[in-house]
Design a protein around this ligand. Structure first.
Ligand SMILES: [Fe+2]
Ligand SMILES: [Fe+2]
Length: 294
C-alpha cells in the first residue's frame, strides 16, 4: 500500500514537472536588474546616475522607499529620496533591494477570491524585512541583505501555482478551506510536490544564485537544507512568526509547523527562549505591516 502511494506521488510529481518544463510564458527577469548590475560594473558609477536609472520606474522607487523606511528594515534614519537611500545602504544592498522588489513585482498576479495579491505582497515584504532584522538581531550581520532577498521571495512558488495551475490551485484552496488538509499537504496531494520545489524550478530557470534556490526549496524544513542552514532557518523563523503573531499572515502558511531544529541552528537555547524572542518582535511586525505601501 505504501509503495502504491509512493508510486502515485511520483507519477503526480513527474506530471507536474513535465507541465512546468513545457510552460512557454514564464515571467521574465525584470530589465532593471540587468541595468543596475551593468551600471555598477562601470568604475565611474555614481549615486546620482544610479538613482536616475532606478527612478525611471516610479512604482519601484516608491516601493523601495517604503520598505527601506519600514521599522523592521532597521535603518537608523528615514530616507526620503532614492539618492539618500543609496548613500545609506551602499551599492551592494540597494542592488539586492532592487532585485528582491522587482522580482517580487514581476510575479504579481491579479487578485481573485482565493488569492489576495495585496495580502501576498505584505506577507512577502514583512518576511523579507523580518528576516533581515532577525539576522542582525542574532549577530549574523553579513547575512542581512541575503536574508532580505530570500525572505521577500520565499513564496515564489505560490504565485507560480496560481499562474500556471489555476484550476488545481482553486481545488487546493477548497481542500484547505474545508479543513481536509493544510495548504502544504494539499499541494503534495495534488502535485506530488509543494510550492517549495516549484519556486526552486523558477529560481533555476532564472539562474538565481544557488543560495537563494536553496532557501526557496527548504523554507519549511530548513534543517534539511544541504547548505545555508542558518539563512534558511532565519527565513523559516520569520515566516513562522507571521503565523505565531498573526500579523501579515497568509492562509497558505496556516498550520505551518516550526522546524524545531532551528533552535540549535540559530543558538536560541530553548523553546521558551524562542517564544520570548518571537514576542519581542510583535510591535515591529505590526508597525511594518501597516507601513508598507503596495
Ligand atoms: Fe511557503
Ligand atoms: Fe510564507
Amino acid at each position: 500500500m505504501e509503495n502504491l502511494n509512493l508510486t502515485s506521488m511520483e507519477s503526480k510529481r513527474a506530471a507536474t514537472e513535465s507541465v512546468l518544463n513545457g510552460v512557454k510564458n514564464l515571467p521574465l527577469i525584470p530589465k532593471v536588474m540587468f541595468e543596475v548590475a551593468r551600471f555598477l560594473q562601470n568604475p565611474e558609477a555614481n549615486t546620482t546616475g544610479l538613482a536616475k536609472l532606478i527612478s525611471k520606474d516610479q512604482g519601484l522607487t516608491t516601493k523601495i522607499l517604503s520598505i527601506a523606511n519600514s521599522p523592521l528594515f532597521g535603518l537608523q534614519r528615514k530616507v526620503f529620496s532614492l539618492e539618500f537611500a543609496i548613500i545609506v545602504l551602499g551599492y551592494k544592498e540597494i542592488s539586492d533591494v532592487v532585485t528582491a522588489i522587482s522580482l517580487a513585482d514581476s510575479l504579481k498576479v491579479s487578485s481573485d477570491k482565493d488569492f489576495d495579491q495585496n495580502d501576498f505582497w505584505i506577507h512577502s515584504m514583512v518576511v523579507g524585512t523580518a528576516s533581515k532584522s532577525i539576522a542582525h538581531n542574532l549577530g549574523y550581520m553579513d547575512l542581512g541583505s541575503d536574508a532580505f532577498v530570500a525572505g521577500t521571495l520565499h513564496e515564489f512558488g505560490i504565485q507560480l501555482l496560481h499562474r500556471i495551475f489555476h484550476p488545481q490551485f482553486l481545488e487546493i484552496c477548497a481542500m484547505a478551506e474545508k479543513g481536509e488538509a493544510v495548504f502544504f499537504e494539499a499541494e503534495q496531494e495534488k502535485f506530488g510536490l509543494s510550492h517549495q520545489e516549484i519556486g526552486k524550478f523558477l529560481g533555476e530557470k532564472w539562474n538565481l544564485p544557488e543560495v537563494l534556490c536553496n532557501i526557496l526549496s527548504y523554507h519549511h524544513f530548513p534543517s534539511k537544507s544541504p547548505g545555508n542552514k542558518i539563512l534558511a532557518s532565519i527565513v523559516h523563523l520569520a515566516d513562522y512568526m507571521t503565523q505565531e503573531l498573526q500579523v501579515a499572515n497568509c492562509y497558505w502558511d496556516k498550520g505551518m509547523q516550526l522546524d524545531k531544529e532551528i533552535i540549535n541552528i540559530l543558538q536560541l537555547k530553548s523553546e521558551e527562549n524562542l517564544k520570548n524572542f518571537i514576542m519581542d518582535f510583535k510591535e515591529l511586525f505590526i508597525d511594518t505591516a501597516s507601513s508598507i505601501r503596495l
